[in-house]
Structure formats: C-alpha cells, structure tokens
Ligand binder design. Structure first.
Ligand code: KG4
Ligand code: ZN
Length: 353
C-alpha cells in the first residue's frame, strides 16, 4: 500500500510517500520545504505568511514527492488535521480533500502529535523497517518536545495514549527560541544555542546557576517561562556589573550552555521518573528538540544507568522537525484502527479542521 502524507501545521510544507508491505514500512520520499528564512527576520512564525507560503509551495512539494509516480498508485491520503496554526492547517487539509475528491481516494485526518510519536518507527529513506513487536515495546513513554509542545505521553498500544503532563507555559523549543533571542542568536534558537554551547568554558554551565523549574514537582508538568526570565535577569545583571552594552562571545556561549543544561536536566529527570512509576518498557523521544545532541546523550545515559532494561527510541534526524513522513505513518495506524477505511471518501470529515 502507498500512503501519501501531507503536513502543513506550522511553517514546513511537506509531502511524503510511505510504502507498507507485510508488516514493514518504507519511506520512498519525504520532501520538506522549510520557511525558516522567511520567518527568521521576525524571530518566530508569522501565521499569515506561513499559510501563503504553504499555498504557494504545496503543488511543487507534492510533485517532487511523487517523483514521476502516477497519483492513481496512491491508496490513502493522510493529512495533518491538528493541532497547529489554523490558517496553515486549512491550506493542507483543503488541498488534501481536493486531491481525494479528484482522484477518488480515501483520506484520513491525523493528529500531528501522534505523527511525532510514530516518527520513531520510521527508518531512513528507502529502508524497509519492521513494525516492532508490541509486547516488547509497550507500555512506552513518549517525550514530545517541539516549538509548540512539551508533553509526556504514556502509550499502551498504537492509538492508546494518555497524557501524563505537559508544559504550563512555554514549550521546551520555545524556551530555546526565546533564550536565543535574549542572547542575540538566530532563529530557530535550538540549533543556535546548541552550537554556541560547544564553545562554552568547560564546567562553566554549572556555576552560571540557572534554575530547573518544576524538576522536583510530584506531577509530570513542565514550566520553562521562569528559566527564560532567569536568563533575562542574568544578562541584565552582567551588563550592569561590567558596564557594557553587549555580552562578549564567551559569556554568550557560557549562558547558552547553562540554559541547554537546565532544559535537558528537567526533561531527562521527569522522563526517567515517569518510566519508573509506570513500569514502562521503552522510552521514545520526538519533536524538533529531539534533534538536540545533549538531550539524546543524557537520555541514553540515564536509560542505561536506570538498569531497567529500557529500550530507547530516537527518530532519524530528518523526522525530528515537522515532516510528512510521520503523518503518513500515523495515517497507516489510523487506517488500521478505522476498519472500513476503503469507504472513507473526501466528503467524510475524519476530524479534519
Ligand atoms: O517539531 P518542530 O519542527 O515544530 C513544532 O511543531 O513546534 O520543532 C521546532 C523547535 C524549535 O523551537 C527549535 O528551536 C527546536 O525545535 N529545535 C531544537 C534543535 N533543533 C530544533 N532545539 C534544541 N536543539 C536542537 N538541535
Ligand atoms: Zn511538530
């Protein structure tokens, strides 16, 4: 079966083709047109510009993903139905519905967060990957960390999710982005901070003394707004003390490293505590922030140290930020749950916005 995935929930226009055959999945193409350049001068995503850009690029991106294949070969269209920017979502869903109508294909609206979770089950392009044995994987714990979300999700099976906790204010990616802005680094902030942190004075991140908000709270909620404010005050105090208008490069690197450490500490600590409480078998990481090397490294170390024989899943780098490959695989699992999916036509609503 060939599934076309379409993703336009935020600022990436993406189309992907997933092939499923006897319990294996293979990504044949995953085309992403990023709008980062367009939004970077505003320091964040501008919804109206994002929607226009999706509208402009969708046909191009789809053609590239089809790579000469006839549309008649597609068996199912999976499109992101939410959550996301409504104006961006509407462009993608209207496009997908029109395709489903024109080519008489079944269509399914999928949840963007489920897409992030399931990105862990995809292999690199053109590599067939078996769907793992449920008994070995579940219950699983998913840490979804992106620009819009920070969620700890307990997964008992494909399609069975329970939200254990999420951020009360800023998402982890948002914290990276806002702190980067305070430090005068570019957008997106996550990769910029990670890069700066590599130049930090060894050990300095420990003495900078940034807080780890809610690290010891008994629930699985997060809060990163206070960390951003702490960085803001720290920078202000340094400027006053040194009687300068701008931080020097080394100080920027040291603060970047300290902020990255603080965010990673909170994420890893809460994830491992939940893993213990819910006796889970595997830990999965997803979302844009899952590209962060320190987070991957610390989580791997903590999983190893826990001695619980936990499996660790991390997505391929190309599936960390928003992409349609993850939407296609979410379509595959949604279809399996929907049963009589063949009867689903474009006029059916399927949770589409
Ligand atoms: O999942 P995503 O592409 O979009 C949303 O659904 O939000 O995530 C984007 C977020 C941005 O906040 C960006 O700063 C962050 O992911 N990010 C990173 C890294 N790469 C992207 N954060 C930390 N380290 C990275 N290497
Ligand atoms: Zn996302």
């Amino acid at each position: 079966m060939l599934i076309l995935g379409i993703e336009t929930s935020c600022d990436e226009t993406s189309a992907a083709i997933l092939e499923t055959k006897s319990g294996k999945v293979k990504i044949l193409s995953n085309v992403v047109s990023s709008q980062i350049k367009l939004h970077s001068k505003f320091g964040g995503v501008v919804p109206s510009l994002a929607a226009r850009e999706h509208n402009k690029n969708l046909v191009k991106v789809l053609k590239k993903a089809l790579a000469g294949r006839s549309f008649s070969k597609i068996d199912l269209i999976a499109v992101t139905a939410g959550p996301g920017l409504v104006s961006s979502l509407l462009v993608g869903t209207a496009f997908a519905k029109a395709l489903a109508w024109k080519f008489e294909k079944p269509i399914i609206g999928v949840n963007h967060m489920e897409g992030h979770i399931l990105s862990n089950f995809l292999g690199p392009a053109n590599k067939s990957i078996p769907i793992p044995d449920k008994k070995e994987v579940f219950p699983a714990l998913n840490l979804i960390v992106s620009g819009g979300h920070t969620q700890l999700v307990l997964m008992k099976d494909f399609g069975k999710y329970r939200l254990l906790g999420e951020t009360r204010d800023d998402a982890a990616g948002e914290a990276f982005d806002k702190i980067a802005r305070i430090l005068g680094l570019g957008y997106p902030g996550g990769p910029a901070i990670a890069k700066e942190a590599e130049r930090a004075t060894s050990g300095k991140q420990k003495v900078v003394g940034l807080p780890r908000p809610m690290i010891n709270s008994k629930n699985y909620e997060f809060s990163f707004a206070g960390l951003k404010t702490a960085v803001l005050y720290l920078v202000r105090d340094i400027l006053i003390k040194r009687k300068v208008k701008k931080l020097n490069g080394q100080t920027v690197a040291d603060i970047a490293a300290a902020a990255q450490e603080a965010i990673v500490d909170v994420l890893v600590s809460k994830t491992l505590r939940a893993a213990k409480e819910y006796k889970i078998k595997s830990v999965m990481l997803s979302g844009g922030v899952s590209a962060n090397k320190l987070l991957r490294q610390r989580l791997a170390e903590a999983v190893e140290k826990s001695g619980r024989g936990l499996k660790l899943f991390v997505p391929e780098m190309s599936y960390t930020t928003d992409n349609a490959a993850m939407i296609a695989i979410a379509g595959y699992f949604n279809k399996a749950r929907a049963g009589k999916w063949q009867k689903v036509k474009a006029e059916a609503n399927w949770g589409i916005v």
